[in-house]
Write a new protein. Structure first.
Length: 416
């Protein structure tokens, strides 16, 4: 695209979101506020990004392309942080201002600004959240590079971009809409809703509509099917995007579905061959095998991040015993209707159904002893004293590594 096409496309996206803000405006964030009052949840969230840094709440956070409520949510979630929300749609800004007033969010600053122009603010950030935005930019590389420029060297970014294979039905229907010249207006959306009712069984979009309750809302349908600009990234393309913009991959927000150590991928023939691939190839393989991923959510750092590999967790050295495990907020421990031999089953909410972890009695004790303040070593010692099992360090090593891969816990590694 030349410069004038880029401007035209950007303007088309902006006026689309003025008309159809997505997600739609929300009136109340009361439940959200309640959920995040738990300090352990905020600690788990922090150490997902920075396992190696002491917990602090006075971060500067940018929510880039904040939509109608995301920046207000962050300001509510982290009252000790200074949150800046930017969006180029006036509608998103006014909805966010309304929430700011309603919840008296003095720590929130809302600015009408394009992601690409973020430098104009003259601010730098510890954490940048940019979810569901880059894939709508006419030049995502330029957008991500601009964000990188305002990220502190040891800051972290949370990104979410669309993934292609799981969205095949959406891209087919987008093309169909373009062929029929269906406009993004009330009449166009009304026609679309009636058309979708006749969608043949087995159409790739049909399953998506069935599994996404959001699609009953007009703004969700419009966002998915009539958006003027929408591209998606395979794992390989995503890694290229990061590299081009001076960023490096940290981890997936939820890593179990990408890992050959977890769920169905650990049980297929040649699973051991999968384990021998590089991490990036493993993620590519997971995306291809699963076939239904609609988005990638990840944490990335600047490629010159001063903490280097400390941001990754390792079980190779002896240090893992001093890691402090903290439970992830969206985990569930199921204790009824268990398969034989299992004392509990650990799952995450909204996760692939094959991603579950059965645990035996000894493992369940270890799991229950996690309180977010003591290390693996201390947990093991406590359980060892009340157990006849001899080799608790071995059990702990394998079990806590598994818990981490299965997104049950994060680690505070600052004690190492
Ligand atoms: C799908 S919504 C996502 C909103 C929010 N990030 C979330 O995850 O809920 C995309 C938002 O990005 C905004 N947006 C798109 N391109 C932008 C740009 N170049 N600069 C600023 N905002 C942009 C749109 O106005 C819209 O509010």
């Amino acid at each position: 695209m030349n410069d004038s096409d880029l401007i035209k496309m950007s303007e088309a996206v902006r006026s689309f979101y003025e008309k159809y803000p997505y997600p739609g405006p929300v009136e109340s964030l009361d439940n959200y506020k309640l959920h995040w009052q738990d300090l352990q949840k905020r600690r788990a969230d922090y150490h997902l990004y920075w396992p190696d840094k002491p917990f602090r709440e006075d971060l500067s956070i940018l929510v880039a392309g904040c939509g109608t409520s995301q920046a207000a949510k962050y300001a509510i979630r982290f009252p000790g942080a200074r949150v800046t929300g930017i969006d180029f749609s006036s509608k998103s800004i006014s909805c966010t201002e309304k929430l700011k007033k309603k919840y008296d969010l003095e720590n929130l600053n809302v600015v009408k600004l394009a992601v690409e122009n973020i430098k104009e603010l003259g601010l730098n950030f510890d954490r940048i959240v940019c979810t569901g935005v880059l894939h709508h930019l006419p030049d995502p590389d330029a957008g991500l590079s601009a964000l990188r420029q305002v990220l502190y060297p040891d800051g972290a970014m949370q990104l979410m971009v669309y993934a292609p294979y799981g969205r095949t039905g959406i891209y087919m229907m987008q093309k169909f809409c373009r062929l029929l010249d269906i406009p993004a207006d009330e009449k166009g959306i009304g026609d679309l809703v009636r058309m979708l009712k006749g969608l043949p069984k087995g159409h790739p979009l049909e399953t998506l509509i069935r599994n996404a309750p959001d699609f009953q809302y007009e703004e969700a349908l419009a966002d998915a099917l009539l958006n003027p600009q929408d591209r998606s990234y395979t794992v390989a393309q995503l890694f290229k995007l990061l590299e081009k913009s001076g960023m490096k991959f940290g981890r997936w927000v939820k890593q179990s579905m990408y890992s050959p150590r977890c769920g169905v991928l650990s049980q297929i023939p040649r699973a051991e061959k999968l384990m021998q691939l590089s991490p990036e190839e493993q993620y590519e393989a997971a995306e291809l095998f699963r076939g239904t991923m609609v988005r990638h959510s990840l944490i990335a750092y600047r490629n010159d991040n001063s903490s280097g590999d400390k941001t990754s967790v390792s079980f190779k050295e002896g240090e893992w015993q001093r890691y402090i495990p903290i439970r992830m907020p969206d985990t569930l421990c199921i204790e009824e209707q268990l398969p034989e031999g299992a004392a509990a089953i650990l799952i995450n909410k909204n996760q692939y159904r094959d991603i579950y972890l059965p645990v035996d009695k000894a493992e369940k004790k270890l799991f229950k002893a996690i309180d977010g303040s003591i290390s693996i070593e201390e947990i093991s010692n406590r359980i060892q004293q009340s157990s006849v099992r001899k080799s608790m360090p071995d059990v702990s090593h394998n079990f806590f590594e598994k818990l981490w891969w299965y997104d049950q816990i994060v680690f505070d590694t600052t004690g190492t």
